[in-house]
Design a protein around this ligand. Sequence first.
Ligand code: SF4
Length: 491
Amino acid sequence: MLLIKRGTAGYEAENTARLFFPALKLWEAAAPPPAGESFIAALAGPHALLALVRLGGSVCWQAEPIPPQNSGADTEYALCRLLYGLLCRLTGCRPPWGMMTGVRPVRIIHDLRAAGADETAIRAHFIDHFDCTEEKYRLAMRIADVQRPVLEQAAPADCSVYIGIPFCPSRCSYCSFVSRAVTHPSVRALVQPYVDCLCGEIAAIRRTADACGLRVRALYVGGGTPTSLTARQLEQLLQCLAASFDLAALREFTVEAGRPDCTDAEKLRLLRQYGVTRISVNPQTFSDEVLRGIGRRHTAQEILACYAAARAAGHENINMDLIAGLPGDTVEGFAQSLQTAIGLAPESITVHTLTRKRAADITLENRATDADVGAMLARCTALDDAGYRPYYLYRQKGTLQNLENVGWSLPGREGLYNIYTMEEVHTILAAGAGGATKLVQPGRRHGRILRLYNCKFPHEYLARYAEVLQAKQKVEAFYAQYPPTQASCQP
Ligand code: SF4
């Protein structure tokens, strides 16, 4: 499927078309596409808008005049709305989030509230403007309500630190991260130098935070799988964190202990010993067959044993990740995994929707699969029944139907770092390969945001380590321009 954009048809027209055909390619040539090729055209001329689809030999189109005295933004919205309506009719699909394409729907509610909108206006924005379903609107509203106190507590000098461990015991078939399997000798040889450099970068981050007048509120060690480090390497990292930050002043210290095939009692004990307050033990599914199919080299039984070991080690705040839509899974299978997770009573359960990075076009054949993912997510009412409530949500590009990832937690057990990062509450300073530092202008809603990226792969990170350290100067330059001490709290 190709997409042709002309006139003032902007990026959003492309995003709208991808809601229905995630894998479409842009056709930028002036000549028309080859005969027989399916395509979508979104054209905005000086007087009219046109949406046209040629699919399987038949052509459908719809046109309307540009409303007079419209701004450029309104023209773009009108064209997206026209295209969205045509694609809904043509495919028979109505995406649950309607024509909303952004990754942070809850942020829209926070912004509307800050601008003085009441619930009626917010509802109209979701239901009428974006064509969201009532169910998705209500989900977003619930989450906004849970997040409100966290946002209200935000202080201009707050920040969090992310530490990336780009190694895993094996690579899952659906993985889109840069993580490398430590089973390979060439990768294993990188791990110790990586940990050594990472500790140096963490110390540099501490100095940078001090120089900028920042107060670290949350630490998050993710990846990859941090527990794929040896116990000795993990302790080295934890010692470095304890030496660099005032752990007692943190509101949260999370380490992902996602895979049971590398997380043993000794590592779980170390995490407790060094003040980790929250861990993640991630089944993804409790079906051994599905686990095999996605390349996870462990069984559901091993997850249960790992969870029990984590409790035995004294971990009192455990998250479990599940994925809806894994290859080979069914609605009933997913519901069983959900029930098993609920039965274990972790403090939070995060339900992801599988993102297919090279997603195929929605066709009549595979639309049933997408419907199944929606049916799986619908089973999350079981979480409500068990006392969990949704507290953060994000969507990713490439997820069919643009379905969402939602963190559910018992009241008071929300993963704060997840809210901080997803709602861009404050700066995140990132260390390690693939780390993305996000500098958020203190005290300003929709103020400046500056992203600084570390090298993506561990070997690059090691080879260009001097540059990694040098880049901390950009953080200081940012805060010299926007000193947190001179900012007031966000409205
Ligand atoms: S455990 Fe996570 S990071 Fe590691 S390979 Fe699997 S999906 Fe990727």
